[in-house]
Ligand binder design. Structure first.
Ligand code: SF4
Length: 328
């Protein structure tokens, strides 16, 4: 590991001033960043420790939603009464990720900023990875790509984003609050993650010195009629092969509104307006769920080893919607 400066800050202003140093990174739970530093994938010049900032609260908003501070741990977010009662799909998604020990350390802001687990990115022994070393190529394209993207990929990168939390936040139309040297702004979840295109080194639209301060979840009509389904190779401590956050508002036997997001199929949680539209106005039945699944997966381009993901994603959407509809 290379040497780096370490500084602990107690105010957001101090954090922003320290982070303008070229190569500085914010440090909170460290559950992903420290692993990557140990292998040399990440080599920050300085770590700005933000664990002392007052960003660890879950509060209601004037609009009737909930603001989750970026420093709230995954455990605290998942178990908070406001999250559990108003957004059960978010609580389920968080609790499906990692292990209890990691969730106790990891934070909401860090979860969104975590990097892909593509093995060629994680291990510098592999030379070809455009995300780690722009212009070096993509070893996954003709290598091990069973877990990789079937949607939104590019010739330069076929990695998926590993977060479960982000999939539920995408379905709930959450808004990420960030602050930086030039002021504060909000980023809708739909605009938070970037597809690889020709710049796979970039994962999201957060600026270099910007700090995530919180994630706002708007009032949700879905409540109990929601479900997070995670399909993976083993039952715990594994990233998703496919995941689905399914949310339905059912009134008088008809779907009034719907939101479905699919995880582990692209570099961002995958949402398609046409899929939600396929559900609205129809009884919550299998034909509607199948139509939504088809709209979500339309245009999928599997790689050499992950053709099964197309069928898996389609069936998982139908399954998640079926469970969400049956819940009360
Ligand atoms: Fe690197 Fe992306 Fe290719 Fe993986 S898929 S090797 S992260 S460029």
């Amino acid at each position: 590991m290379r040497t780096f400066d370490y500084m602990r800050v107690t105010t957001v202003d101090d954090a922003l001033q320290r982070a303008v140093v070229n190569g500085a990174r914010y440090y909170a739970g460290g559950t992903n960043l420290l692993d990557l530093m140990k292998t040399g994938v990440e080599a920050p010049t300085a770590l700005v420790d933000i664990t002392g900032l007052a960003l660890d609260a879950v509060t209601t908003t004037p609009a009737g939603g909930v603001m989750i501070g970026s420093g709230v741990t995954n455990t605290a977010a998942a178990n908070h009464p406001l999250v559990r009662t108003r957004y059960p799909v978010l609580s389920q998604a968080i609790l499906s990720g990692a292990t209890t020990q990691i969730r106790n350390m990891a934070t909401v802001g860090g979860n969104l900023m975590q990097r892909t687990r593509c093995p060629y990115f994680m291990d510098p022994a592999f030379d070809r990875c455009n995300k780690r070393t722009p212009g070096s190529g993509c070893a996954a394209r003709d290598g091990f790509n069973r877990e990789h993207a079937i949607l939104g990929a590019s010739p330069d990168c076929v990695a998926v984003h590993p977060s479960d939390m982000a999939v539920a936040l995408a379905a709930l139309d959450a808004i990420v609050h960030v602050t930086g040297p030039t002021g504060s702004r909000t980023i809708p979840m739909a605009e938070f993650f970037t597809l690889p295109g020709t710049q796979p080194q970039r994962d999201n639209t957060v600026g270099a010195a910007e700090l995530i301060t919180g994630v706002e979840v708007p009032p949700s009509p879905y409540g109990a009629h929601s479900w997070y389904l995670k399909v993976r190779d083993r039952h715990s401590y594994a990233f998703a092969m496919v995941s689905v956050a399914a949310c339905l508002e059912v009134r008088d036997g008809v779907i009034g509104s719907a939101a479905v997001a699919v995880g582990a199929v692209a570099a961002r949680p995958w949402r398609v307006d046409a899929a939600d539209a396929e559900l609205v106005g129809r009884p919550p039945r299998r034909d509607a769920f199948r139509a939504a699944a088809a709209a979500l997966i339309q245009g999928a381009v599997p790689l050499s080893q992950n053709g099964f993901k197309v069928t898996l994603a389609r069936n998982s959407v139908v399954r998640a919607l079926t469970v969400a509809a049956a819940r009360s």
